[in-house]
Design a protein around this ligand. Structure first.
Ligand SMILES: Cc1cc2nc3c(=O)[nH]c(=O)nc-3n(C[C@H](O)[C@H](O)[C@H](O)COP(=O)(O)OP(=O)(O)OC[C@H]3O[C@@H](n4cnc5c(N)ncnc54)[C@H](O)[C@@H]3O)c2cc1C
Length: 309
């Protein structure tokens, strides 16, 4: 199918983009990487009367470290995160482990992290990481700029706190402490599909006990969510020796946290090939394995710091 007719503006500054978005009320769309928007327009599920192309706005193209955050501009493509060097410490590792799960290389070379926040798909890896790390979404509109915490930003499938006349200029992700380990795992049907379930986790361990745990879930509710009950079940727990391999004994604290996440934190929505019960089983297993990956990462970082590796 072909898109319905629309007008097109190629903005050169944020001010020009905001002016264009403000001129048409609710029917404008922003063109960033176009990897979701163009497909939706061709299927005529999205029919904007105006497309505001932001690809010529130079100020949106960069990344920087500011006040302990990685600030990601609206035109930074997914591929930029393929190297762990993209950010210092565990944050760079987490982003590089997550990005390889997003679609495939041609889509990653055009699609943007910030565009994923604009699209607000419940299965988006970046949106789940944003919620996990308490990222901040920065927007500019006719009334000026404002910031919204990722945990408050998502309202449901393709629904967010962003007003139609606002442009997301960047997303700020906090850097992670060196004593934090990270994990990211997902389950998908084919390489081209969105995740049926994806899990991001960070674990901070002090003197052998868990002093901080964060678990974020993608496609386990109508929006990305934190698994807060599962996080609470880990607080202060002695981490002990890590089991070998991915399979956790049923009585392991990570397996227990996985079951809590599946039953108390997730609100899965059935989809073709994955009903609610199936999703809960996958969440339980995947949360446990992601925590194990984060714990192994934390151990490896500690060994490097102590000169054992
Ligand atoms: C086959 C296929 C598989 C995919 N698999 C995955 C996957 O596994 N995981 C995943 O996360 N994504 C996946 N995607 C989507 C892809 O990652 C997109 O790149 C992503 O949704 C972001 O889009 P974009 O930059 O291309 O934004 P666009 O497509 O240009 O825009 C998407 C939406 O966001 C809005 N938007 C974009 N930028 C801004 C901004 N700066 N301010 C305000 N609104 C904005 C637009 O108005 C539009 O509504 C897949 C896409 C395809 C086609």
């Amino acid at each position: 199918m072909k898109p319905a007719p629309f007008d097109y503006v190629a903005a050169r500054t944020v001010a020009e983009a905001v002016e264009a978005l403000g001129g048409t009320g609710h029917k404008a769309q922003v063109l960033a990487g176009g990897q979701s928007l163009i497909l939706e327009m061709r299927l005529q599920r999205v029919r904007p009367d105006l497309v505001v192309d932001i690809n010529r706005i130079r100020e949106l193209g960069g990344m920087s470290i500011e006040d302990g955050d990685l600030r990601v501009g609206a035109l930074v493509r997914h591929t930029a995160f393929e190297s762990a060097e993209v950010a210092p410490g565990p944050l760079g590792t987490l982003l590089s482990r997550a990005v390889v799960n997003i679609a495939h290389p041609p889509i990653r070379s055009r699609g943007t992290m910030v565009g994923s926040f604009g699209w607000a798909h419940p299965a988006s890896e970046w949106c789940a990481i944003g919620v996990t790390l308490e990222a901040v979404v920065e927007m500019t509109g006719p009334d000026g700029t404002r910031s919204v915490a990722a945990g408050d930003y998502f309202l449901g499938p393709h629904r967010s706190e962003r007003r139609p006349m606002e442009l997301i200029t960047s997303v700020r992700l906090p850097l992670l402490r060196e004593d934090t380990g990270v994990g990211f795992l997902e389950h998908r049907r084919t390489g081209f599909c969105f995740a049926q379930v994806a899990v991001a986790a960070t674990l901070t361990v002090t003197d052998g006990a868990i002093s901080g745990a964060r678990i974020g879930l993608a496609n386990c509710a109508d929006r990305p969510v934190r698994a807060r009950a599962a996080e609470r079940s880990l607080a202060g727990a002695d981490i002990g020796p890590l089991p070998e391999g991915a399979r956790l004994p049923d009585d392991h604290l990570f397996a227990h946290a996985g079951r809590i996440a599946a039953q108390e934190d997730a609100a899965p929505v059935a989809e073709p090939y994955a009903d609610v019960e199936y999703k809960r089983q996958v969440i339980a297993v995947l949360v446990g394995r992601t925590l194990l990956e984060a714990a192994a990462d934390q151990r490896a970082r500690l060994a490097v710091r102590e000169g054992r590796r």
